[in-house]
Write a protein that binds this ligand. Structure first.
Ligand code: ADP
Length: 281
């Protein structure tokens, strides 16, 4: 087979995207979508540096962010952003994303389904076909960041994403894990997957990293046997531990209700502090 013309189209389509980042996890349910959504919200709330030192911070334009949910069989991004029931519109320039706010554009398979309860029962080739369409046809315009929330594991779909983005270039991957051994084990596979495919790993986010009791405000390790496991894994692979996000009931509640955690969570909440730190890195 000759060169795939779609790769050139994807490169042209994403030419206005400054940085493309993958969010990966070995296991499902470890908080990959939660981290993707918090990160997208935190990026979208951050002021873009317009290069003019004299511009006051509140007058600087905000970063433009895209969040592409390619967790085809379990898309949770639309719920977490309060976008359930939204649909995609076709324009002359391709598929228009749905906007969570003026600086956050979102695309998900959920926007293509008739009902949120509908199951996507597709074989690999059809899933890969949709991923290609998402990368080739969504009209993102100019973005500072495109975050791609992937399915758990290192599946066929991951290979497709990386191969399809080859000509456009992936800037890096963020790996999400909990402190549990079963999650850490799969996170290591994720690091090796990235290394084999030449995707730079930017670092690891440890989610569900302890629980602060709201009554006594003492922090407990929920998985004490593996406390420090993510840090040890990072050390072994020479990777930064980018953030440690505790279990926060307020975070789960905000995202279940599609609210922006930046607006609803108390100032200084560990989660948003971790996300802001991540944005600054
Ligand atoms: P994944 O994308 O890895 O499958 P999700 O992000 O969907 O995982 O998270 C699974 C569930 O756990 C969600 O209901 C989410 O609200 C909850 N959750 C994830 N991280 C946290 C956290 N740090 N604090 C509280 N709840 C969390």
């Amino acid at each position: 087979a000759g060169p795939d013309p779609d790769l050139d189209r994807i490169r042209d389509r994403l030419a206005g995207v400054r940085r493309k980042l993958l969010v990966l996890s070995g296991k499902g349910g470890v908080g990959k979508s939660t981290v993707s959504v918090c990160l997208a919200r935190a990026f979208a709330a951050a002021a873009a540096d317009d290069g003019q030192v004299e511009t006051p911070v509140h007058q600087q334009p905000q970063l433009q962010v895209g969040l592409l949910d390619v967790d085809i069989c379990g898309p949770s991004v639309p719920t977490m952003l309060g976008l359930l029931g939204e649909t995609v519109h076709q324009s002359a320039d391709g598929w228009s994303p749905v906007y969570a706010d003026e600086s956050l554009a979102v695309m998900s398979v959920a926007f293509l389904l008739a009902s949120p309860d509908e199951a996507v029962v597709w074989r690999g080739p059809r899933k890969n076909g949709l991923i290609k369409q998402f990368l080739r046809d969504v009209d993102w315009g100019q973005l500072d960041y495109l975050l791609i929330d992937t399915p758990p594991g290192t599946s066929d779909e991951h290979l497709s994403i990386v191969q399809l983005l080859k000509s456009a270039g992936v800037d890096g991957a963020i790996i999400v894990t909990t402190p549990q051994e079963v999650s850490l084990l799969d996170a290591r596979k994720e690091v090796n997957f990235c290394r084999r495919l030449g995707v730079p790993v930017l670092g690891v986010v440890e989610n569900m990293s302890g629980y602060v009791c709201p009554n006594c405000t003492r922090k407990s390790d929920i998985f004490p046997a593996t406390t420090g496991g993510a840090a040890a894994m990072c050390k072994e692979f020479g990777l930064p531990l980018l953030a440690r996000v505790p279990i926060e009931p307020g975070l789960a509640r905000a995202l279940d209700q599609g609210q922006c955690p930046i607006d609803t969570m108390p100032d200084g909440s560990e989660t948003m502090t971790a996300m802001r730190l991540l944005v600054d890195q």
